[in-house]
Design a protein around this ligand. Sequence first.
Ligand SMILES: NC(=O)c1ccc[n+]([C@@H]2O[C@H](COP(=O)([O-])OP(=O)(O)OC[C@H]3O[C@@H](n4cnc5c(N)ncnc54)[C@H](OP(=O)(O)O)[C@@H]3O)[C@@H](O)[C@H]2O)c1
Length: 275
Amino acid sequence: MNASTAYATLNNGVEMPWLGLGVYKAEDGAEVEQAVIKAIEAGYRSIDTASFYFNEEGVGSAIKKSGVAREELFITTKVWNDDQGYESTLRAFDQSMDKLGLDVLDLYLVHWPVEGKFKDTWKALETLYKAGKVRAIGVSNFNVTHLEELLKTAEIKPMVNQIEFHPYLLQEDLRKYCKEQGIQVEAWRPLTKGDIFSNPTVQEIANAHNKTPAQVLLRWNIEHEVVTIPKSVTESRIIENSEIFDFELTQEDIRKLDELNEDKRYGPDPETFDF
Ligand SMILES: NC(=O)c1ccc[n+]([C@@H]2O[C@H](COP(=O)([O-])OP(=O)(O)OC[C@H]3O[C@@H](n4cnc5c(N)ncnc54)[C@H](OP(=O)(O)O)[C@@H]3O)[C@@H](O)[C@H]2O)c1
């Protein structure tokens, strides 16, 4: 198995690669284009962008230049908070699709659970899904309470919840709830932007497997059945991050990494964010 053959199956039967390239903070134009092209060359088939990353055009142009058939790729984008609500989400979707240069999207996510709006936003995603404009719909940064609220009125269950996840933030209750509901969990900030690389436990496990800390962290996501989308614009790191399908962590490794949990967030808390 490798990056281009390892797929999770979503609750509607759509297959989503376990590994994707994140492009938050990759600059539109040459930087993001190069990163996406190098990733596709390295076997990545999934790209995670958002209107808020302001690089959908670069992602779209890289997809065209990559030479890989559109149906082999899995493209995710997200509706930003300012665009939430029914009509405005439909408009935001069209804008994202124009920038990406796509007819059909693979996954559209509600970026954050904006209070008083996310249920109308979800209705718009359901409309897009029913119209065949997007193959899967999901949410991001939704806690159990947000999901419970959404499911009271949702006609279609989210297929994915993209959340901050790494050994310092285990999110056990949320992952358990998602599993029970058939919602695939996807990790953002899986590498903690490198902050956790120097942790002795991570280093010890990396040495034991002759792998790098980044590879251990990403493999730990896979062992937890969490889709992962590390970001890099550096070719050697893009390749390094894809080489996670040729080894396995032991139960002991996984336990040790799980025990690093401190409920520590690098990003905003979905309960208190104010943007
Ligand atoms: N839904 C949300 O609210 C949300 C929030 C944040 C992120 N995300 C998504 O999740 C993706 C990943 O999260 P993230 O970008 O915040 O953080 P991350 O993937 O944990 O870390 C990315 C950083 O680590 C560096 N890096 C990557 N691979 C490395 C390696 N093998 N060795 C050393 N350093 C390495 C990158 O540097 P270089 O690029 O310079 O190589 C970059 O600075 C984002 O790009 C985005 O797509 C979603």
